[in-house]
Design a protein around this ligand. Structure first.
Ligand code: 6PG
Length: 254
């Protein structure tokens, strides 16, 4: 199932995404006693994380000690580096709410070899979710979208796009001259829910290519995120949705 929600601006996008996180968390804790979530990196989610940690409607209703935190991807930098996705989420949210430290599973991105980091991280995910053979099923995965249609660190033309066995992989991104550690499509598409949080006019062409492609539109990485037994949410601001027609699109509250 796919749900496309368009909101007025970035603040409304954060609030709508926070609502989805809160609902998914409470449903998971009620059903299984724990909520497993993979956080998105980049800059867009910072507002969402800050809202979850500071707005009493979310801060006081989320059972923070029941949440297992993972990341959808990480840069190959130490956790205190300014580019670290862990550092961003820690500053915006995790340092401000009563999480259980042993349930904050950051990618060991200080590992010199990103492939070792990815392998260690996959093992930690499997150990935590108790799924050492199949594809682990996270309750919710938050994702962003790059203007080139990448998501997590699954960039166009990169090796990890074709990974079908591992759920985390090292990925060389030549366009950025950097290495990343990223969730792969098997993990993304096994999730109970996937929520794309996207804002800004610079994302509009990629959003259109993914949500309203022409027959000959090249398949961008984010278009391959289709959680088979789960729900796919796109939470967009008007600017990012600027090239979509009204078909199948819900307008969020003003
Ligand atoms: C990362 C993210 C990446 C991000 C997009 C959008 O590590 O950078 O995982 O996929 O979500 O690049 O980034 P912005 O939110 O900064 O536009």
């Amino acid at each position: 199932m796919k749900d496309i929600l368009v909101l007025a601006d970035g603040e409304a996008v954060s609030r709508a995404a926070a609502d989805l996180v809160q609902r998914a968390c409470r449903a998971a804790v009620e059903a299984r006693g724990v909520f497993s979530v993979a956080l998105a990196g980049g800059s867009t989610p910072r507002g969402l994380y800050s809202l979850l940690a500071t707005d009493p409607a979310f801060r006081d209703s989320i059972p923070w000690d029941r949440v297992e935190f993972f990341w959808g991807d990480e840069r190959h930098v130490p956790p205190d580096h300014r580019d670290s996705n862990y550092r961003m989420a820690h500053e915006a949210m995790l340092s401000r709410v009563p999480v259980r430290p042993e349930r904050v599973h950051r990618v060991p991105s200080e590992q010199p070899d990103p492939a070792v980091a990815a392998s260690l991280y996959e093992a930690e995910l499997r150990r935590t979710l108790g799924d050492d053979r199949g594809v682990p099923r996270l309750d919710l995965i938050l994702l962003g979208l790059g203007p080139d249609g990448h998501t997590a660190s699954l960039f166009p033309g990169t090796q990890a796009l074709s990974e079908r066995r591992r759920v985390y992989a090292a990925n060389r991104v030549d366009s950025l001259a950097t290495d990343r550690i990223t969730a792969t499509f098997p993990l993304l598409n096994a999730a109970r829910q996937v929520v794309f949080v996207v804002a800004g006019a610079e994302k509009a062409p990629a959003v259109r290519s993914i949500l309203a492609p022409d027959p000959d539109t090249p398949v961008l990485p984010a278009r391959l995120v289709r959680p088979e037994g789960g729900t796919l949410h796109w939470v967009l601001d008007r600017a990012a949705a600027g090239q979509l027609t009204g078909d199948g699109v819900r307008a969020g509250g003003e």
